[in-house]
Design a protein around this ligand. Structure first.
Ligand code: HEM
Length: 501
């Protein structure tokens, strides 16, 4: 026992030094010196992870190599390194690592966000681009978004001058929009057809978000795999699957019964479109593919959109001068006789700059989703082995003082003349390349419409004298630690219109 006690430090020192020189010999990117046996650099990870990785990149450079337990990881934190990964090496990095969440919640890696690069993923992308998120489909569903934005405005009218918690409202709006697009149903607020079904949906949604945000340590340290977490994920997935199957069966019955549905919301839903395609190509558009597409819209499209709206309004509450400026822009362009529409968004540069600046400072997915190299490649002159997980530290790039003047200051005007949602590889909140977000158009439209409607109709105030707290929560998506509370007052100039909506 005694000799072990003495041997351990010697063994550790030998291990660390050998590993360090081996990495150098293999021309791997720079790495923090101390990589411990079994856990590697996992001991360095403090929440929020994107900020820890930023500090590592400041010490070791914009391409850093880490060992997370059994997995090799490369973190890139400069526009040029990101560009090299997502253009020259785009196909090599178009894979996703096989993580427990993708296995269990992603139908064994067959849903869009977790499918490996290849024919199946390409097909799913095509279906998503043409059948779900194309410009014409989005236009077809525009009535749903406008309707839900009006419902939010009506709801806010009840809270005049009172402190109101907004995150829940943004979630309900976004989930209602998604579910109306998917199945023609709303589960939050009034006009809910089936209360029991709505209760089940809310429970499933709560559980999914809780579990999807729980890190699965077994992905990096197989010895510490948590059966408890896996079982919880399996149970949750069973409920999700049954729920979505129920919706498909309901649509199927209705198709068989009348052939057509008289309710406008239900005629062109995603389920209807996909069941139509199933009739012509049953082997490809099977129920599992349909359920996967329904679920990915709920998972990928809600949290991100809600975070963007919540951060934007928070920043505006702390910068009343910007709020006044954008209100004037909306007044001038839209006026007071009608509500802001989606077609107005392209003519509102100040609103667009605010959205860019919000997503620069608080990118909803600060590390994108993890990519993985399918073969060895070279980035920045360094060797990257096959099977290395890639994190693009968007937060680090978008908040780098070498790239942005006063990066911690909210200055929407820095984006004058820049397209919404993109500025080369300096600003790319939706990612880039083959695996870039296919929901960019929908996400930007929802953020613009909801934010624009709230600004047009209400005067917004903080609940007290002090600034709204900007602390970040510690998850893989970047949300506020505390849900936003604010006060709103209908603008007198809008009374007439508000009395009619
Ligand atoms: C403000 C809103 C949104 C933001 C900021 C956002 C951001 C992102 C980011 C950063 C990625 C990862 C890209 C990568 O790994 O390189 C992604 C992937 C994805 N997003 Fe979004 N997203 C938003 C809204 C949406 C919406 C509304 C949908 C669909 C309804 C959606 C569907 C997806 C899907 C399916 C993927 C995975 C794509 C793949 O793996 O091929 N997103 N998103």
């Amino acid at each position: 026992m005694g000799s072990w006690y003495l041997c351990f430090p010697v063994f550790l020192a030998l291990y660390v030094i050998t590993k360090h020189f081996l990495n150098k010999f293999q021309n791997l990117p720079p790495s923090p010196f101390l990589s411990l046996p079994i856990i590697g650099h996992l001991y360095l990870l403090k929440k929020p992870i994107h900020q820890t990785l930023y500090r590592i990149s400041k010490q070791h450079g914009p391409i850093a190599f880490l060992q997370f337990g059994s997995r090799k990881v490369v973190v890139v934190s400069s526009p040029s390194a990101a560009e090299e990964c997502l253009t020259k090496n785009d196909i090599i990095f178009a894979n996703r690592p096989r993580l427990t969440i993708g296995k269990i919640l992603g139908y064994n890696y067959t849903i869009l966000s977790w499918a490996p690069y290849g024919d199946h993923w390409r097909n799913l992308r095509k279906i998503a681009a043409l059948q779900i998120l194309s410009i014409s489909r989005l236009q077809m569903f525009s009535g749903i978004r406008v309707d839900e934005a009006k419902i939010l405005i009506r709801k806010l009218l009840h809270y005049q001058d009172q402190s109101v918690e907004l995150r829940t409202m943004f979630f309900e709006l976004t989930l209602n929009v998604m579910m109306r697009m998917i199945a023609g149903k709303r589960y939050y607020g009034d006009n809910i057809a089936d209360l029991e079904e709505s209760k089940r949906f809310k429970e499933i949604h709560r559980e999914t978000f809780k579990l999807a945000g729980t890190p699965c340590i077994g992905d990096y340290l197989p010895l510490f795999k948590s059966k408890k977490l896996e079982n919880m994920l399996i149970k949750c997935q069973r409920k999700r699957d049954e729920f979505m199957q129920g919706l498909i069966e309901e649509h199927r019955r209705r198709r068989r019964g009348s052939g057509h549905d008289s309710e406008t919301d239900r005629k062109n839903t995603l389920i209807e479109v996909l069941l139509g395609l199933q009739e012509s190509e049953p082997e490809y558009y099977n129920d599992e593919i349909i359920k996967g597409l329904m679920l990915i819209m709920l998972l990928a499209g809600t949290d991100t959109t809600v975070n963007a709206i919540e951060w934007a309004l928070t920043l505006l509450l702390n910068h009343q001068e910007v709020l006044e400026k954008v209100q004037k822009e909306i007044d001038k362009h839209v006026g007071h006789e009608r509500l802001i529409e989606e077609s107005d968004l392209a003519q509102l540069p100040c609103l667009s700059n605010i959205i860019n600046e919000t997503m620069r400072m608080y990118p909803p997915s600060p590390l994108l989703l993890p990519h993985e190299s399918s073969e060895k490649c070279v980035v920045g002159g360094f060797h990257i082995p096959q099977g290395t997980i890639l994190f693009v530290n968007l937060w680090a790039i978008q908040n780098d003082p070498k790239l942005w003047a006063d990066p911690t200051k909210f200055k929407p005007e820095r984006f004058e003349g820049v397209e919404r949602g993109r500025d080369g590889f300096r600003l790319m909140p939706f990612g880039s390349g083959r695996r870039g977000c296919p929901g960019e158009g929908l996400g930007l439209t929802m953020v613009g419409l909801v934010l624009g409607s709230m600004i047009q109709c209400f005067q917004w105030m903080r609940t007290g004298e002090e600034m709204v707290d900007m602390t970040e929560a510690s998850g893989l998506t970047l949300s506020k630690a505390q849900p936003l509370h604010a006060k709103c007052r209908p603008r007198p100039i809008m009374f007439n219109l508000l009395s009619k909506i």
